[in-house]
Design a protein around this ligand. Structure first.
Ligand SMILES: *Cc1c(COP(=O)(O)O)cnc(C)c1O
Length: 239
């Protein structure tokens, strides 16, 4: 199957899942997780109609940007971000999805202020409370959001989560529902610099379940590009 055929199949399944849940299919964004795929593969995916690209590693992001690989699509950062690399990401991507700790928030605010811009971000939630994963714990969220009110160069656009690897269809629904509920609760509290328009959850193995539970953005790698050549060593790599 070609990248275009894969994307057409995913779009069909997205539609079906949205309609089954009584949702408008047009409100769900398809983000291509492009890690370990080269500029040509990225261009092919953009031509085939994905909505945005998500990159995991700063080095890959920088290389592919230099090759103009993302032309025609917004780029997001979706991997673990070291504070000493924020300069290479802030102001370069439309959305940083993987903001997973307080000192990263501080570094992002400082860099965005230095550039005189407002950077859109998502907060990553460690919904499965896995030691191997990054992200805020659910009970930390209120405190974090209260702190963010002082960060005038950041806008929180929603939440991102990578639930535990599921072993059967539907296993992650309870996590997806839990995250959706966090979004609803946070929206009600009306924090400054915060809205919950984006709920980024669902990957190749579970995106239909995520859509059923309220996801507005799915991040798909394998189902678009095929299996990655080797396992990425980092914790947020998926499989
Ligand atoms: C790789 C990756 C994905 C996509 O995973 P697949 O299972 O290949 O679809 C989604 N989100 C993040 C953060 C990733 O690193």
């Amino acid at each position: 199957m070609s990248i275009a055929e894969n994307i057409a199949a995913i779009r069909a399944k997205m539609r079906q899942a949205a309609i089954a849940a009584g949702r408008n299919p047009d409100e769900i964004v398809l983000c291509a997780a492009t890690k370990m795929n080269d500029a040509d593969a990225v261009r092919e995916a953009i031509a085939a109609g994905i909505d945005c690209c998500g990159e995991n590693r700063v080095q890959e992001l920088t290389e592919k940007m230099a090759q103009d690989a993302y032309h025609g699509a917004p780029v997001h950062f979706i991997g673990h971000l070291q504070t000493n690399k924020v300069k290479q990401v802030v102001g370069k991507v439309d959305l940083i999805q993987s903001v997973d700790r307080m000192n990263l928030l501080e570094a992002l605010e400082k860099e965005a202020a230095r550039q005189g811009i407002v950077q859109n971000i998502l907060l990553e939630i460690n919904v499965g409370r896995e030691e191997s994963k990054s992200g805020f714990l659910p009970e930390q969220l209120d405190q974090v959001l209260e702190n963010i009110e002082q960060f005038s160069h950041l806008r929180v656009k929603g939440l991102m989560a990578i639930p535990p690897i599921s072993h059967f269809e539907g296993e992650n629904r309870r996590y997806f529902k839990e995250i959706y509920q966090f979004c609803v609760d946070i929206s009600r509290k009306k924090y400054d610099n915060v809205d919950m328009d984006c709920l980024s959850m669902g990957m190749s193995g579970d995106y239909a379940d995520a859509i059923a539970c309220g996801s507005t953005m799915i991040r798909i790698g394998t189902a678009i590009f095929g299996a990655r050549p080797y396992a990425q060593t980092h914790q947020t790599s998926g499989q």
